[in-house]
Write a protein that binds this ligand. Structure first.
Ligand code: ZN
Length: 135
């Protein structure tokens, strides 16, 4: 974990390990985060081998997961990812939009189209569509 994970959006990895005991009880543990998937995978292997080594019916299975970090000072809410926020606003725009090209500007469908356009403009101010195209 010595490597830099300070940047927002940086991917981190964890191992999700389900241990089954001789009496059939199961317990799920999480180990990490790690800056690379390899160490998380190694923890799954470690627990699979360790539980099998008892030879009394214990076993372990697992997989690895990834998350993208958003940092905030302790005690403060992390800022919502701006790309995700813009995507939500665009979804709302799509939900109220319609394909009626009436053009009178005053009927219900025209007003909804105008609101959808306003929402898309707002989404672009939050996080521009051009930025979104770049991963
Ligand atoms: Zn109209």
């Amino acid at each position: 974990m010595a490597r830099n994970i300070g940047a927002d959006g940086r991917t981190v990895y964890r191992a999700v390990i389900t241990k089954t005991y001789a009496d059939g009880r199961t317990y799920t543990a999480h180990e990490g985060p790690y800056t690379e998937p390899g160490p998380a995978r190694a923890r799954v292997s470690f627990w699979r081998n360790r539980m099998a080594a008892y030879g009394d019916g214990r076993s372990a299975t697992g997989h690895i997961e990834e998350a993208h970090t958003v940092w905030a000072p302790v005690g403060e809410q992390p800022p919502m990812d701006q790309a995700a926020r813009a995507a939500g606003i665009r979804e709302a725009a799509d939900a109220i939009d319609n394909d009626d090209y009436c053009g009178c500007g005053g009927c219900d469908t025209c007003i909804l189209r105008a609101h959808a356009a306003d929402l898309r403009a707002h989404a672009d101010r939050v996080h521009s569509a051009a930025e979104e195209a770049t991963p």
